[in-house]
Design a binder for this molecule. Structure first.
Ligand code: HEC
Length: 108
């Protein structure tokens, strides 16, 4: 009987740990970084526009673009480009966002 209680306790602890850990460790997951289009709409559209027509120079190299997404970019007049690497975005997701921006802008 005691063993059953112990197992139930372990399961409960793992469950609670999972809930807390996932919430803390994945701050961008709520906006679904995996769903590129939705993520762009939720996080980027305000500054870059529906068609990525604002504050986005498609002529920059891919490296510069991804670096801007991951590390942010300071400009003369705020608002600055926030750094999404700090928020848990992966380089792969940044690349997908960049592709999405090029696509909606019609340069691809
Ligand atoms: C608070 C406003 C703001 C938000 C939100 C924002 N950006 Fe930016 N972004 C900027 C500014 C400002 C620049 C720099 C533009 C410049 O150099 O003139 C920039 C630059 C960039 C660049 C480099 C292109 C360039 O011309 O400098 C990319 C790529 C980019 N942003 C993607 C994103 C993505 C993807 C998101 C959402 C995850 C996002 N941005 C959210 C303001 C923002």
């Amino acid at each position: 009987m005691k063993q059953v209680q112990n197992i139930a306790l372990v399961v409960a602890v793992i469950f609670l740990f999972g809930v807390v850990f996932l919430n803390v460790a994945a701050p961008v997951q709520d906006a679904q970084a995996s769903d590129t289009a939705a993520f762009y709409k939720a996080k980027c559209v305000a500054c870059h526009g529906q068609k990525a027509e604002k504050k986005f120079d498609p002529a920059l190299t891919e490296e510069q673009q991804i670096e801007a997404i991951m590390k942010g970019k300071k400009v003369e007049k705020p608002p600055h480009m926030p750094s999404y690497g700090d928020k848990g975005l992966t380089a792969e997701q940044a690349k997908a966002l960049l592709e999405h921006m090029k696509q909606i802008r019609g340069t691809q």
